[in-house]
Design a protein around this ligand. Structure first.
Ligand code: AMP
Ligand code: ZN
Length: 148
């Protein structure tokens, strides 16, 4: 069953969807809207958003999520980023949830960020260590037991 489109009057991205503030629109569908980021971290940095006001990914009805990734794919191809092989230009798809996770706008958005060089585009900090395999195994069991 279709879910009602929901807007939040004070939300900057809801205002963009409604045309109340301008944007450089790229693709619009019944469920999604995409536009250029006005503070790009690399040339061609763009955003794809659901036409549904949810702050975080888990707030979205699945029908909105279903619409988004094919749009990201189309925009990736149109942006000249669909290059096979691991060398050369790459791209990151980024979706932040919560201030601690670097989310500034509380309306779900997927960034498409071209990565052409070391200095522009996404720069990732990724602290990691080798996992204890028995702890991993326990955690996997715990998580799977919560899925249904
Ligand atoms: P995040 O940190 O994941 O919440 O990213 C929010 C993004 O929205 C940033 O990259 C901003 O540059 C971008 N942004 C904020 N306001 C606008 C706007 N009016 N038009 C286009 N992009 C925007
Ligand atoms: Zn919104």
């Amino acid at each position: 069953m279709a879910t009602a489109v929901k807007h939040e009057a004070s939300c900057i991205f809801c205002k963009i969807i409604k045309g109340e503030i301008p944007s450089f629109k790229l693709i619009e569908t019944t469920h999604s809207y995409s536009f250029l980021d006005i503070q790009p971290t690399s040339k061609g940095h763009l955003l794809v958003i659901p036409k549904y006001h949810g702050a975080k990914l888990h707030n979205l009805p699945d029908e909105y999520l279903h619409d988004i990734l094919p749009i990201v794919k189309k925009l990736t191809i149109a942006s000249g980023l669909a290059i096979d092989g691991s060398e050369g230009i790459g791209y990151n798809i980024l979706q932040n949830n919560g201030r601690i996770a670097h989310q500034e706008v509380d309306h779900v958005h997927f960034h498409l960020i071209p990565k052409r060089d070391e200095k522009t585009g996404l720069i990732v900090g990724w602290p990691s260590e080798n996992a204890d395999m028995s702890e991993l195994s326990e955690y996997a069991k715990e998580l799977v037991s919560k899925l249904n």
